[in-house]
Design a protein around this ligand. Structure first.
Ligand SMILES: [Zn+2]
Length: 659
């Protein structure tokens, strides 16, 4: 979350993406095919200078999806790392005090409040106050869907009812924990943090409460806010509104499109269109990367809005924005962990990540990963392309899973990947950063993307212990796995009658040629191809068991601009070298002052390799997923990055070819 940056990029430049990174193949690049993301859609129309011209007229047309995720109420997590993360988050959400969360709203509305104010970005004088309450509503709603936790549903309903009173007191439309004077400053282009960003979080929280909990009042309050937003933006000439959009506004377009879709009222979509930042969308629709210098998490939510706009209108301009943006960010601006951003910006030309990593230790803002996962789900719905889940899986395991402290539910802001960094976490009642907000949402919806379906059958995308109940077909899928400790998974069918349907298993990019599938113990004569779905079409009976075996390998990913700067992966897991906890105190693991991390890159050993990573790394016998270097001047132990906490680590290493 950037502070006070009016971000019409400070160094926006045009460059040919084809030139960037040319001729920089790593000499030691290892065997499995590197992640091969789906290529962006090619524009059919002749290239226009400005695809988003003077007026953007909304016309409703609902686009069919190739696949849909299972309802979150249909999927339950079973014990394992994801369930532990969910439980830690659930406990944190339950510990937070609703009246303390409501305090600033009541004060702003002139209603009594005796609650003790919260700290961090919910402090009574913070210009973002109220933003976390929106995230909290979303998280309670998502958690209710994921687990059936009635207490959080009730807390959400209480907050909605109290917010409704605040809204009434303020005139029935505007609802915020800060006065409308912030919007006057926004309009005058004076310094103010991000008022619409905060409004978006509250609106999204209300929307989620309606969607997941069936809360009618949440929809009424939300429509009041949307009407206020219509009036405010409608009074501003379009060129000036484009200026206003240079101040971070979260996903205002997204929530308004969602509201239009849920209510069938296209007026809200027209308001959403006013949040189209044309100078940002135009180059993307033309498949040009002009992202350098932009604040990352300001812009990802706008693209999620573009994706949603395409879904409810079929307008290909918006499709192309989302499609190209996703491709470019994931293939040219993403570190090996799946994260993106450096000091919250894209700071270099595409594919210059080695150069970028030297610029700061505040890498990989967690909100960015959260929002990129959200965008990925949209693109997957349109295409059913399993390669989207190569990215999803990478980011989920290497960026998100380790970013929550399962002892207390605290989450990270930056996921630093400079050598010698360590994980730092939020405080219970004194942080409430943007990433605390997206964190409570993320770990409330870990069941959201494991299974998708089309009209016929099931798509298994992730290997997470869980049970899915596809009510429409009357079929259950029980996924038993301790992946990635074991390189495979087993699915057991539960059904009271024989069901004929295709079951599609995602075969990840990282799997070697030896992947195999057994049905009821019998080896299938199919050659699972990495980066595809393996389809098993048959009549399923109760107790049928499908076993997918996916041997993992060590492989390397080099920085695109620095072939000898390399990270090691094992299957989907980024491995981190353990560098010990010398000099680290409990205090250094908590971000007391703010989200910044004070890591100074540390000297780490360089490695020599005669060929691929197997030439310098070996598995430690008897230990799960642990490796150590061999034949190096200084030996280092490697484990999955998501398991390293409370000690220093390194992800990227200098690896030279040995003579
Ligand atoms: Zn953030």
């Amino acid at each position: 979350m950037g502070k006070f940056r009016d971000r019409k990029s400070f160094s926006r430049r045009t460059f040919a993406t084809a030139l960037a990174g040319a001729g920089t193949l790593a000499p030691l690049r290892a065997q499995p095919a590197p992640q091969n993301p789906p290529a962006p859609h090619k524009r059919q129309a002749p290239e226009e200078i400005s695809p988003f011209g003077e007026t953007i007229a909304f016309k409703r047309k609902d686009m069919p999806a190739r696949v849909e995720p299972f309802e979150m109420t249909e999927v339950r997590l079973l014990p394992g790392a994801f369930k532990h993360a969910q439980d830690a988050n659930l406990a944190y959400l339950r510990r937070l005090d609703a009246d303390r969360l409501l305090h600033n709203f009541r004060v702003n509305a002139g209603l009594p409040s005796s609650a003790q104010p919260l700290g961090g970005w919910e402090k009574p004088d913070c210009e973002l106050r109220g933003h976390f309450v929106g995230h909290y509503l979303s998280a309670c709603a998502l958690m209710y869907s994921s687990t059936g936790d009635g207490k959080l549903r009730d807390t959400g309903a209480y907050i909605v009812a109290e917010l409704a009173k605040c809204q009434q007191k303020l005139g029935g439309g505007y609802l915020s924990a800060f006065p409308t004077e912030f919007f006057d400053r926004l309009n005058r282009r004076e310094k103010v943090w991000a008022p619409f960003y905060t409004i978006h979080k509250i609106m999204a929280g209300l929307f989620d409460t309606h969607q997941h909990c069936g809360n009618r009042q949440a929809l009424e309050v939300l429509e009041g806010m949307a009407n206020w937003a219509d009036n405010w933006t409608g009074a501003i000439p379009e060129p000036h509104m484009q200026e206003v959009l240079n101040t971070e506004y979260g996903g205002m377009n997204d929530v308004l499109y969602n509201l239009a879709a849920a209510t069938g009222n296209d007026r809200y979509a027209a308001v959403g269109d006013r949040f189209t930042k044309k100078w940002f969308f135009n180059p993307l629709a033309l498949r040009r990367d002009e992202l350098r210098g932009l604040h990352v998490n300001t812009h990802i939510p706008q693209v999620i809005g573009a994706a949603r706009r395409y879904e409810i209108s079929g307008d290909m301009r918006f499709h192309d924005v989302a499609d190209f943006f996703w491709y470019e960010v994931t293939s040219a601006r993403t570190y090996v962990t799946g994260g993106t951003s450096n000091a919250e910006l894209w700071r270099v030309e595409p594919r210059h990540l080695g150069e970028e990593l030297k610029l700061s230790s505040n890498t990989n803002e967690c909100c960015c990963a959260y929002n990129m996962l959200k965008l990925t789900r949209h693109l997957h719905r349109w295409t059913a392309d399993p390669r989207y889940f190569d990215y999803y899986e990478r980011t989920l395991y290497n960026h998100r899973l380790g970013a929550i402290d399962i002892e207390n539910g605290a989450t990270q802001y930056y996921l630093s990947i400079v050598s010698g960094a360590w994980r730092t976490f939020s405080k219970e009642n004194d942080s409430f950063w943007c990433c605390t907000g997206t964190g409570v949402e993320e770990f409330a919806k870990l069941n959201s993307s494991i299974y998708f379906h089309d009209g016929d059958g099931v798509f298994v995308n992730l290997f997470i212990p869980s049970e899915a109940h596809w009510r429409q077909k009357g079929i259950k899928i029980h996924q038993e796995t301790n992946f990635p400790e074991s390189p495979g998974t087993a699915l057991v069918i539960g059904t009271s009658k024989a069901v004929n349907m295709p079951l599609r298993l995602r075969i990840p990019y990282w799997v070697g040629r030896e992947a195999s599938v057994r049905v009821n113990g019998k080896l299938l004569e199919a050659a699972p191809s990495p980066g595809s779905y393996l389809t098993i079409a048959r009549t399923w009976r109760d107790g049928d068991r499908i076993e997918l075996d996916m041997p993992m390998h060590l492989h390397i990913e080099a920085m695109p601009d620095e072939p000898t700067t390399q990270a090691v992966l094992y299957g989907p897991l980024v491995l981190a070298g353990k560098l010990g906890a010398d000099g680290l105190t409990e205090d250094m693991i908590i971000n007391h002052a703010g989200p910044d991390v004070a890591h100074h890159p540390m000297e780490v050993p360089e490695f020599r390799a005669s060929s691929g990573p197997d030439s310098w790394l070996e598995q430690i016998a008897g230990e799960s997923l642990a490796f150590r270097t061999k034949g190096q001047q200084r030996d280092v132990t490697f484990v999955p990055f998501n398991r390293v906490s409370k000690e220093r680590y390194s992800i990227y290493w200098t690896v030279n070819e040995s003579a």
